[in-house]
Design a protein around this ligand. Structure first.
Ligand code: ADP
Ligand code: MG
Length: 252
């Protein structure tokens, strides 16, 4: 179980005046139950990635606590959290020149056996033989690198897995199997799963849909009741300024 208690992440609004502060995450309280599947959604820039990074310890909380399985982890390093079973799949994974996918997967999992590595890759929809000795560098496509990131996260067998937009750049025919795979991991291994996504396939698969807006959790519950709220949030707030004059900034 993961509890976020009055969590804030605060930054200065500008370099010039560091006293004037902005809450990117603005007093979040939420309990993630063990083994459940959560989808976090909300407008671009609403704080989804920041919240995920606070849980993994990539950013420090400015205020509040994070309690994981009864322990206050807010002051723990990323490595300490990883050892406690928390894994994070980046929205924009790092690329490494000169390192192959095989090497990266082995470092992440400690597994050297080729058949086991191939099995992990097959599960995330990577055609194994052509891939294992490919370099994880800038030449890899966006979708390929996301699949690789997914493979390393799953292979770490986390008890809490956070996936930040795992479907970005992924081919259409892989999204369905990816949703099923993450759902199965949550159900069979009791992995608490948090997926940040705009994709309806993930929202439909989730036990609980969470909507973040302006750094606050504004909804948690079923998808049906979330949909009208998502529709409201998709209307740009500067609508008045673009009505009638065909302002291209406004989609409606
Ligand atoms: N370390 C940071 N310093 C200053 N601003 C940040 C920082 N991290 C994120 N932001 C800003 O906070 C907002 C939320 O970002 P993010 O969490 O990435 O949004 P999203 O919901 O799209 O994942 C954005 O406006 C972003 O520019
Ligand atoms: Mg994001």
């Amino acid at each position: 179980m993961l509890e976020l208690k009055n969590v804030f992440f605060t930054v200065p609004k500008s370099e010039e005046n560091r006293e004037d502060l902005l809450n990117i995450i603005d007093g979040v309280n939420f309990t993630f139950e063990a083994g459940k599947f959560y989808a976090i959604t909300g407008p671009n820039g609403s704080g989804k990635t920041t919240l995920a990074k606070l849980i993994m310890g990539i950013y420090p909380v400015s205020q509040g606590t994070i309690v994981y399985n009864g322990q206050d982890i807010a002051g723990w390093t990323i490595t300490e959290r990883a050892k406690a079973g928390i894994a994070y799949s980046f929205q924009h994974p790092a690329r490494f020149k000169g390192i192959t996918f095989r090497e990266l997967l082995t470092v992440a999992t400690g597994i050297e056996d080729e058949n086991t590595l191939l099995g992990i890759m097959r599960r995330v929809g990577i055609c194994p033989l052509s891939f294992l000795d490919k370099e994880v560098d800038a030449k890899l496509s966006g979708g390929e690198i996301k699949k690789m990131e997914l493979a390393t996260t799953i292979a770490a067998k986390p008890s809490l897995a956070i996936y930040d937009e795992p479907d970005t750049g992924i081919d259409l025919w892989t999204i369905g199997p990816m949703v099923s795979l993450l759902k199965k991991e949550a159900a069979e291994k009791q992995t608490t799963t948090i997926v940040v996504s705009h994709n309806k396939a993930f929202l439909e698969a989730a036990d609980i849909v969470i909507i973040i807006n302006s750094g606050k959790i504004v909804y948690s519950g079923n998808l049906e009741d979330a949909l009208p709220l998502l529709e409201d949030l998709s209307v740009c707030t500067y609508r008045d300024s673009c009505e009638g004059d065909g302002n291209a900034e406004c989609f409606r």
